[in-house]
Design a protein. Sequence first.
Length: 250
Amino acid sequence: MANALETEGLTRRFGGLVAVDRVNLAVGRGDVHCVIGPNGAGKTTLLNLLSGALRPTAGRIRLGEKDIAGLPVHRIAQLGLGRSFQRTNIFPEFTVYENCRLGAQARLPSSMRFFRNAERDEGVRERAERALALAGLIPRRDTRASSLSHGEQRQLEIGVMLATEPSVLLLDEPMAGMSADETTRMVELLRRLKEGHTLILIEHDMDAVFALADIITVMVNGAVLASGPPAEIRSSQAVQDAYLGGDDIG
């Protein structure tokens, strides 16, 4: 069976700067694959390449059996790859349900037909309601998004992504700025989402990384330093050295 996502020699240059340097990833179906590294390691650039926000300078990206390198963002999303961002990306004046409904509508080939009443589309409604349930937001269904706590807004962003029915989720620092309680709830949510989804996660909270990850890839200066199960990464001397004595890896 093919991996959920693979890259081969993935590279992105900005002039003389090599931000992502010949990165090879193999993300198994149903895995939580965490990408860690110091600031400037190329992690977010990697996610931008995988999601189509940036075109690679060289290399390949396969989503299942499909080569997606260089495809536009909306086409990659329709093929089953969802993306969240470091900063929450929701519509604050809309309700929680309305945000998820827009995500569900975006999955349609005709999503740009704004004058069509989405409420009349049973499939859109069902996808929105299912996303609310998966994200644990049914009690907040009719709440305006701007009234949610920071942690709930991050949940909603994931809910909007789930409404597009992705098979692979790209999550860029989902625990950023959260309290301890919010982080615990997010970890629990991501564990639930592993049933039926593949997760590729960038995160600086090492407790969360080691609680969630099946595989950890460590990036330094745009390249892969090490990749393997959490125990292997935790014991790696090269990783310890890259993290200034290991303070960042628990």
